[in-house]
Design a protein around this ligand. Structure first.
Ligand SMILES: [Zn+2]
Length: 77
C-alpha cells in the first residue's frame, strides 16, 4: 500500500470547517506496466495525487460525500 499523509482542507462550502483528508502524493502511487497488446486493460494510470476525504464539515454539517464532490468540482482534489 502507498503511504498516506494526512492533511486538512478548508470546507468548500463555508470555508471555516476543517476537512480531514488522507493524501497520497502522485510520486508514491503505484503504476503497473502494461503491454501494448492489451491496451488499457487492467491499467491504473494514475497521474494525479489521490485524496481520501475522511470527514464531513463539522461547521456547516455537509456530509463527507458532498464535500468530496464539491472539492472535485472546484478542482481542489
Ligand atoms: Zn463547511
Amino acid at each position: 500500500m502507498s503511504r498516506i499523509q494526512y492533511e486538512e482542507l478548508s470546507c468548500p462550502f463555508c470555508d471555516k470547517g476543517r476537512i480531514s483528508c488522507g493524501y497520497i502524493p502522485s510520486a508514491l502511487t503505484e503504476r503497473r506496466s502494461v503491454t501494448a497488446t492489451f491496451g488499457s486493460r487492467g491499467v491504473k494510470k494514475v497521474t494525479k495525487e489521490i485524496w481520501l476525504i475522511q470527514s464531513g464539515c463539522s461547521n456547516c454539517n455537509k456530509s463527507q460525500e458532498e464535500v468530496e464532490r464539491e472539492l472535485k468540482k472546484k478542482g481542489v482534489i
